[in-house]
Design a protein around this ligand. Structure first.
Ligand code: G6P
Length: 584
């Protein structure tokens, strides 16, 4: 989950380069940060707790080699000592690490207590192991031996005072190297490399990279065999990673949604091959985590109502425990923004091992999921920087709608519906007054319930997730039919309840749910194509057929965002959360 950035090359401000680099990857972790830069006589280190966004680097030395890290704490609290980089006892080795060294305790014991530890992290042991190995081995070999001794999913980047190279190795946790002109880069995410290069190589598991000013050597960490690499060329633009004048990434990404919907539905849907794969499969399974899972759930409704097909949806972390029936006729469609979510990657690997065909709808081309897939489809949403997903989810829903219409041989109808939904989304984004007024009333609330039937059920879950993760208000999304089975007991005078009542077969039942809630004193916020007397507040979302789910969710995104801003919180970096969840 942590962010990693490294530089070696012709410039002498390496510390500043990695410091700026790590700022662009802050969404991966923002408990604390640190920089290590090689100077003439020592390794300069600066570490700090808190977000890197407003921090400054104090008098870094001239340097042409540096590494930096943003931490998302797993082992050891959020302290300066636990922030990376970690040094060995001689202060000539510095490491940064992402993942969990599962056997760190055993490794520490094997070092016989001769080393002095300054942190509570699992990571620091790697610096001391390298310190031991380097007594008899060249630096890169010392790192290789260290990595082989570590169990778990890890990405390790190391530098040494007397060796002008960066050595990096991965198993599980992502790393990508960037090829420059007399300078080379390494990062945990390709987005961070965009200001410098678009020629990259995503490290495979058990690949080790040795970066010098003029080259990047990739070797197999087990066999030491050198690998010939043809760099991948990134298609994202640098501009896509800035805030484009908005105060936050979330606002910017939210505003991009109407255009993304049009691009996907009209130009870039790789629906044909995926449609064919679904037709050929005996059992199709949609899996994802977080918002991507809610897209999966929505997919089951699209496939049923539009394509008259059954498809299963499971949270990826649970799919692992249901895989006994997977075989070589199965098709697993994995949905992900990052393409690196550990639980999802695990589930995909296991299904693949059973012979299943793997398709994916993924935003980061070249990511682990992308490479594992037989049929990867790009979300085409551009880099998403805010922790809470907005535009990537919309892109996924758009893909699934287009796919369902394609399966039903009604492609043109799908395109028309998505066009309307894009127009409606644009209208909602440009008329936010009612939502802003509502947000001021919600700020002090402790609970918000969101209910809906049919496609409004996954919409309710996603809206609840957005409210929870950025505004820290407890929100629960549920199928309206489930209200009477428990949650209704929590509703009292003044409890805000958002009722989703689109113009479909669920309308009457959703209004009935609103009545039941109101009878218990709830304040009803109706999101619907038409006003109803049961609504205390009304937000209009025009009917766009099954694609109404998108502008409906966008209302929820705006509401969550406005409550968050009203509370003075940072929507881009919610506490305890990170964008890319690369540990279990
Ligand atoms: C994190 C993000 C969510 C995202 C989920 C799955 O929790 O904050 O926005 O939905 O991970 O991530 P993925 O990259 O697989 O879509």
């Amino acid at each position: 989950m942590c962010g990693i950035f490294g530089y070696i090359g012709k410039r002498s401000d390496a510390a500043d380069i990695v410091f700026e680099g790590i700022k662009t990857l802050e969404y991966r972790g923002y408990d604390s940060w640190g920089v290590a830069a090689l100077s003439k006589n020592n390794i300069f280190v600066q570490k700090q707790i808190g977000k890197i966004g407003d921090a400054t680097l104090h008098t870094p030395p001239l340097s042409s080699l540096a590494i930096a890290h943003t931490r998302w704490a797993t082992h050891g609290g959020v302290t300066k000592e636990n922030a990376h980089p970690h040094l060995d006892c001689t202060k000539s080795v510095a490491i940064i690490h992402n993942g969990i060294i599962e056997n760190y305790d055993t490794l520490k014991k094997q070092l016989h207590g001769t080393h002095i530890y300054t942190s509570e992290t699992d990571s620091e042991v790697a610096a001391h192991l390298i310190e031991e190995h380097i007594k008899t081995l060249p630096f890169s070999e010392a790192v290789r031996q260290t990595f082989l001794a570590c169990s778990g999913s890890n990405a390790l980047v190391a530098i040494h005072q007397k060796t002008n190279e960066i050595v990096a190795v991965r198993n599980g946790s992502p790393l990508v190297v960037g090829y420059g002109d007399n300078e080379q880069f390494i990062a945990s995410d390709a987005a961070g490399l965009l200001p410098y290069t678009k020629n990259v190589h995503f490290l495979e598991d058990n690949e080790m990279a040795i970066l010098t000013q003029n080259s990047i050597e990739i070797i197999d960490v087990q066999t030491k065999a050198k690998k010939k690499i043809v760099p991948t060329v990134l298609t994202w633009t640098r501009a896509a990673t800035n805030k484009a004048g908005f105060a936050t990434y979330m606002e910017k990404e939210l505003h991009e949604q109407p255009d993304i919907m049009l691009n996907i539905s009209l130009e870039t849907t790789n629906a044909t091959s995926l449609t064919k794969a679904i037709r050929e499969a005996r059992g199709t399974y949609l899996i994802g985590c977080g918002s991507a899972y809610y897209a999966c759930l929505a997919g089951t409704y699209f496939f049923s109502t539009i394509a008259k097909r059954h498809i299963n949806a499971t949270v990826a972390s649970e799919f692992t425990y249901q895989e006994d029936f997977i075989n070589d006729k199965s098709l697993v469609i994995a949905l992900s923004q990052s393409g690196e979510t550990m639980d999802l990657i695990d589930a995909v690997k296991r299904a693949k091992a059973k012979g299943a065909r793997i398709a994916s709808v993924v935003n980061v081309e070249g990511s682990t999921l992308w490479r594992l897939s037989d049929l990867p489809v790009s979300c085409n949403a551009g880099p998403e920087m805010a922790v809470a997903s907005t535009k990537d989810l919309t892109a996924k829903l758009t893909h699934l709608i287009a796919l369902s219409y394609s399966l039903a041989d009604k492609k043109d109808e799908g395109i028309m519906i998505l066009k309307n939904a894009s127009l409606e989304t644009r209208r909602i984004i440009s008329n936010q007054n009612v939502i802003a007024q509502l947000a001021t009333q919600f700020v002090k609330k402790e609970h918000i319930f969101i209910v809906g039937r049919g496609l409004s059920y996954p919409a309710a879950m996603e809206i609840a997730m957005k409210i929870k993760e950025i505004s820290y208000i407890h929100a629960e999304g549920l199928a309206a039919g489930e209200l009477k089975h428990g949650t209704l007991a929590l509703v009292e005078k003044g409890t805000p309840c958002i009722v989703l009542a689109p113009h479909d077969e669920t309308y009457g039942a959703n209004i009935a749910a609103a009545m039941e809630l109101k009878a218990r004193g709830a304040i009803i916020i109706g999101i619907s194509h038409t006003k109803h007397e049961v609504f205390d507040h009304y937000i209009e979302v025009k009917d766009c057929g099954p694609a109404t789910i998108i502008p409906t969710i966008v209302v929820g995104q705006l509401l969550a965002l406005k409550i968050t801003i009203e509370k003075g919180l940072d929507p881009d970096k919610p506490r305890n959360l990170a964008k890319s969840v690369t540990v279990k």
